[in-house]
Unconditional design. Structure first.
Length: 218
């Protein structure tokens, strides 16, 4: 399986994916990294690892439709089987999502369906939640609304602020994302009829669950 990663920022999840590939924990090939921002540090991470990069600035396009059409064309030069969203700060058009339907994963810093959108950590603290977390899901036309594959919870402590909670969630993201990408690359994971399926079975609404505390997750 060939996969490409879309980024806009620092690229810590990209680094986790690259590390997993190097360690043989992802049975797929990371063929390219594309950013809408030329100053994204994620691009430097990819270059240091010898991975192809592209920059396609949205500022050069008059509207989302024309940008996403060019984005499709750019990505298809790598012929990816999977697109992995790793902090790509763009709302994708329906045409783009439909082109890659069933072949796009995203990671979101909340326990979806709670806190779709931005500022999830601050919202969880403001709501008085005692747990927060991260979710890997398939991308659909609904923002942060695609079928959930896997979630991880973290506690919210009374002394937490947005920064400390974000750091705790990010450490879980770095564990979740390579695992789910590997499931896809192994052809164990797919999206069918609006649901996520793993090993031939539909997943529950909140994704994979196991009684095993460490989940094994191999």
């Amino acid at each position: 399986m060939r996969f490409a990663v879309l980024v806009s920022g620092n690229g810590s999840n990209l680094q986790a994916l690259m590390d997993a590939c190097a360690a043989g924990r992802i049975q797929g090939e990371l063929v390219g990294v594309l950013s809408n921002r030329p100053d994204a540090f994620a691009l430097e991470r990819a270059k240091a690892a010898g991975i192809a990069t592209q920059v396609l600035s949205n500022q050069a396009f008059s509207d989302r439709d024309s940008y996403d059409a060019a984005l499709i064309q750019a990505l298809e030069t790598w012929q990816p089987d999977l697109l992995v969203m790793a902090g790509f700060m763009r709302i994708l058009t329906p045409a783009f999502v439909q082109h890659f339907a069933g072949r796009m994963l995203n990671i979101h810093p909340s326990l979806l369906p709670k806190y779709q959108g931005v500022k999830t950590h601050a919202r969880a603290i403001a709501a008085g939640d005692t747990v927060h977390g991260a979710t890997v899901h398939f991308v659909t036309e609904e923002l942060d609304g695609g079928p959930i594959v896997l979630q991880a919870q973290v506690p919210i402590f009374p002394e937490d602020d947005e920064s400390s909670l974000a750091e705790r969630v990010l450490s879980q993201e770095h564990q979740l994302y390579p695992l789910v990408v590997n499931w896809f690359c192994q052809q164990r994971l797919r999206m069918q009829d609006g649901h996520a399926w793993l090993d031939g079975q539909p997943l529950p609404a909140l994704g994979y669950a196991s009684d095993d505390e460490d989940l094994a997750l191999s």
